[in-house]
Ligand binder design. Structure first.
Ligand SMILES: [Mg+2]
Length: 576
């Protein structure tokens, strides 16, 4: 008998496994954990996708081609980028803290009972909060509001159209100060708390007299204070495994990128004390053990970065942090880099604040296009860095795993929807053709001395009218069935808000922003382990409607008309 091969060591620390036994059968997850991805966790010695199932494998998608060879520095945000928080526990912590703060600030004590418990599944990213009206909206890429709720009460199409038609709202706006976009997972407790308070105020107007927009400001302030004053961070520091997902592939992925010769940096709004706790957890260290070896993963670490201002305001000053002091003792960076980045970094590479000019000087970069920045926040991380600085961007979308897996599971439903849409289009075309033929009959009769002389023409006109009427009845039925089927399909993704990337069958506003601002997007940073650090990411070819000429409904209409008349000039004559 040959010697048994050595068992591959699990990369997951044993203390973490003991505290996090696998949880079986939670029906519907809004967001994914590393265990959701259909990839090996490495415990069997492999780190490759399982290809025997139709699942998201951790692909990185490309909107704008990117040669990694021309990238000289790769930077990472920390919260929800390197560290993925567990929705149930982490968001509940923010929600509960904010609720107590609101009572402390004068809100009625009754909200402590009425507004509990927090539901982490209630909202998705990409929604827009209408602060003045107390509504939450989902819109398509044209900013057309397709779904709206007042508190938790769904608005009818008529109500929606009355409030959000182009004459009522400046569509270019849908932005601050009257609107707020839920563009980070941190904002989901805000949306839930605001909706709950809107519902509470409507029910007990004498208990909360403030207008909705003031309520929104109070909610924002309360949640923000919980993040700043240590309410959340203290608890996370005590039990990080309760609040943060552990991804065994993350640190090896970062080490590999560092080994590839590129400069790497961490750029986070979190302060030193909290950053150190989270990074130690991600390194696999047990709670309470705070070591500094994670600093070797990066050439520069910037905490308390104050994004998006860091990316736009060149006047912000930079400080050096003493990582050996627990709270992160600060000292001035006099003269700043002074043209000698190496000497500057020898003094210490953990910094606080500053701005993009400091960072690019420290990294000795000539242009923004040499930086790839990886973040989760559409506005602060991705939009600003790309627009202002020309940095290349990778957006982390943890929801992508569930979104794609559900899409793959529902292929049969999507085929049915395609067939129903085709039937609708054919009925539309049938009506259009019959109307056109009617028009031609009327035209011909106008040029005759006695238009009523030909009885067969009257019959043809009557038959055409009948067929239009029948097709219109059928069309109404097909449209109603299609709307119901589309809604049923969307409920597979989320019972209320549907698919993250779609609104109806158009791209959602969120999808539009991903396409516009993220050069690359994927579910988690460790998916970079599947490709070489020298890879060229290539995008698929863009398609305008005219690129799919033969699928165009207008093309089909014209082709059928051309079957009736002989050529295009006859068609012109018949239509004039
Ligand atoms: Mg973040």
């Amino acid at each position: 008998m040959g010697a048994r091969p050595p068992r591959a060591r699990s990369p997951v620390p044993t203390w973490y496994l003991a505290q996090n036994r696998p949880v079986v059968a939670r029906s519907k997850k809004r967001r994914s954990s590393p265990s959701n991805d259909r990839v090996s966790d490495g415990s069997d010695g492999s780190a490759v996708p399982h290809l025997n199932e139709q699942h998201y494998l951790g692909e990185i998608f490309c909107n704008r081609s990117l040669k990694m060879r021309s990238i000289k520095a790769i930077g990472f945000d920390m919260d929800y980028t390197l560290a993925h928080y567990k929705a149930d526990t982490f968001e509940t912590l923010a929600y509960e803290g904010a609720l107590r703060r609101l009572v402390h600030a004068g809100y009625p004590r009754e909200i402590l009972d009425e507004l509990r418990p927090y539901d982490p599944q209630a909202y998705i990213r990409g929604l827009v909060i209408d602060k003045k009206r107390g509504n939450i909206l989902k819109m398509d890429r044209h900013k057309y509001v397709k779904l709206a709720f007042h508190g938790f009460q769904r608005l009818s199409k008529q109500e929606r159209d009355a409030l959000y038609n182009p004459a009522a709202v400046n569509w270019a706006a849908f932005n601050e100060p009257d609107f707020a976009v839920v563009d980070t997972l941190f904002s989901l407790p805000d949306a839930f708390l605001f909706s709950k308070l809107v519902e509470f105020k409507d029910q007990y107007p004498n208990l909360i007299e403030k207008p909705y927009e003031q309520i929104y400001r109070d909610v924002r302030r309360a949640v923000d204070l919980c993040h700043r004053d240590g309410t959340i961070k203290r608890r996370v520091a005590e039990e990080p495994a309760k609040y943060i997902e552990y991804d065994p592939h993350l640190i090896p992925t970062l080490k590999r990128l560092k080994r590839s010769g590129r400069k790497t940096f961490l750029l986070t709004n979190s302060l030193w004390e909290y950053t150190n706790v989270v990074m130690n957890f991600l390194m696999g260290n047990p709670p309470g053990l705070l070591e500094l070896d994670w600093l070797d993963l990066f050439d520069v670490v910037i905490v308390g970065a104050n994004k998006p201002a860091f990316l736009t305001d060149p006047r912000l000053w930079m400080y050096r942090v003493d990582p050996r002091s627990k709270e992160g003792y600060l000292s001035n960076t006099e003269g700043v880099i002074d043209g000698n980045a190496e000497a500057f970094l020898r003094e210490g590479k953990v910094l606080q604040g500053g701005n993009y000019t400091h960072l690019q000087e420290i990294l000795s970069l000539n242009s923004g296009s040499e930086v790839l920045y990886v973040g989760d926040h559409m506005f602060s991380d991705i939009l600003r860095s790309k627009r202002q600085l020309g940095w290349r961007t990778m957006l982390i979308i943890p929801e992508l795993t569930d979104e794609i897996n559900e899409m793959l599971r529902s292929e049969v439903d999507r085929q049915r929807l395609r067939e129903m849409r085709l039937l609708r289009d054919e009925l539309d075309e049938m009506i259009d053709r019959a109307e056109w033929e009617l028009h031609c009959e009327y035209e011909r009769s106008e040029h005759e001395a006695d238009p009523h002389a030909d009885p067969s023409r009257r019959q043809r006109i009557e038959a055409l009218r009948q067929s239009v009427e029948t097709a219109e009845t059928e069309l109404r039925e097909v449209k109603a069935a299609l709307a119901a089927e589309t809604e049923r399909y969307h409920r597979r993704f989320h019972p209320v808000w549907g698919q993250l990337f779609k609104t109806g069958y158009q791209n959602s506003r969120f999808a539009e922003q991903v396409e516009q601002y993220a050069c690359l997007y994927t579910s988690r940073v460790s998916n970079l382990r599947f490709v070489s650090p020298e890879i060229t990411f290539r995008c698929m070819s863009d398609q305008c409607p005219h690129d799919r000429l033969h699928e165009s409904p207008m093309r089909r209409i014209l082709e059928r008309r051309l079957q009736v008349v002989q050529n295009v000039s006859d068609l012109d004559a018949a239509s004039s």
